[in-house]
Design a protein around this ligand. Structure first.
Ligand SMILES: CC(C)(COP(=O)(O)OP(=O)(O)OC[C@H]1O[C@@H](n2cnc3c(N)ncnc32)[C@H](O)[C@@H]1OP(=O)(O)O)[C@@H](O)C(=O)NCCC(=O)NCCS
Length: 300
């Protein structure tokens, strides 16, 4: 049966296609709206059952432009083919189409899954055997692993009063950010983590801002953010403490403020997304690895 690749239309049953094709990462309507908001969103369709003669959505590819310091990457944010239509070249055709479109947007390399500031998974979930084999067959090379950590919020001690008092003695105040903190926070990001500007801006735009700060005088010494993406999911990150302020205990307090927000929002678990510094999170809040991903890249 021949297929057609065309732009995604809002009326397409593409979220249902995703949810039956990738049951490990089901999407709610809110999460779906966030994930398909990208430079390129394509579906593969086939002529449907003779009875209704309609086309059937059998595959999906979403690609986003990902500007970085040394150029533009293409992020294949979503790629899925209906299990009943696999191994017939549809995944390859969708990948080729999304790659071509991302090339027109200036991308020179492709990554699967990961991107910024929005991604669903930071690479290919290691439980997704078909995805791993497909990436291999289509010339992607592994560039490392990413992990999510999980934290059980129920038993977590989020009381930061004693630590807050100790930091106050050192002249450090820990508090929720307000939109007017944008400039001093941007200075810290410029100096240490310029790539995180878009994620932090999204968290600062939440109401209330889902960013907590450690401040001394006019300077932001550290920050922690949550809910910058992944609508409705307990999504923590990014966070950072200025090198000169490390060792004061600022990071652990900021982290606990964010996790307290997520618990208050009704979540029993939090996800520390695409985490570096596993020992910090283990020690601070008993986090453990919950998901593993293979990060892959290919020239365009
Ligand atoms: C990955 C996925 C999109 C592939 O779709 P597909 O239409 O089956 O892909 P293709 O038919 O173009 O496969 C191309 C090649 O990839 C490899 N491949 C794909 N699925 C495979 C599998 N299950 N086992 C081994 N190799 C596989 C093969 O080399 C295949 O060529 P061949 O069939 O001639 O041997 C599909 O399996 C899927 O939707 N998986 C769940 C979501 C996912 O993992 N997405 C990718 C990560 S972002």
């Amino acid at each position: 049966m021949s297929h057609t690749i065309r732009p995604l239309h809002p009326a397409d049953a593409a979220r249902a296609l995703w949810n039956r094709s990738v049951p490990l990462w089901p999407m709610t309507p809110a999460l779906w709206a966030e994930m398909v908001d990208a430079e390129v969103a394509l579906v593969a369709t086939e002529a449907g059952g003779a009875a209704h003669g309609q086309e059937e959505v059998v595959g999906l590819a979403v690609g986003a432009r990902w500007p970085v310091a040394d150029g533009v990457r293409g992020s294949v944010r979503l790629l899925a083919v209906d299990p009943a239509h696999r191994r017939r070249g549809l995944g390859t055709a969708l990948l080729d189409a999304v790659a071509e479109a991302l090339g027109q947007h200036g991308a020179t390399v492709l990554r699967l899954g990961e991107g910024a500031p929005v991604y669903l998974t930071p690479g290919i979930d290691l439980r997704e055997a078909a995805g791993l084999a497909f990436a291999d067959a289509r010339g992607f090379a592994p560039i490392g692993e990413a992990v999510h950590l999980g934290v059980a919020l129920g038993p977590l001690d989020t009381d930061t009063e004693a630590d807050g008092a100790r930091l106050a003695e050192a002249g450090v105040t820990v508090r929720r950010a307000t939109p007017s903190d944008h400039a001093p926070l941007a200075r810290l990001l410029d100096a240490e983590w310029p790539a995180w500007h878009p994620e932090v801006a999204r968290a600062l735009a939440n109401d209330p801002p889902s960013v907590h700060l450690a401040v001394r005088g006019a300077d932001v010494l550290g920050f922690a953010a949550h809910s910058s993406s992944h609508a409705g999911m307990p999504w923590f990150g990014p966070m950072g403490t200025a090198p000169a302020a490390r060792g004061l205990g600022v990071g652990a307090v900021l982290l606990r403020h964010c996790l307290a927000d997520l618990r208050e929002a009704g979540h029993a678990q939090a996800t520390i997304a695409w985490a570096a510094s596993l020992p910090f999170y283990e020690k601070a809040v008993g986090a453990t690895v919950s998901h593993r991903f293979r990060r892959v890249e290919r020239p365009l």
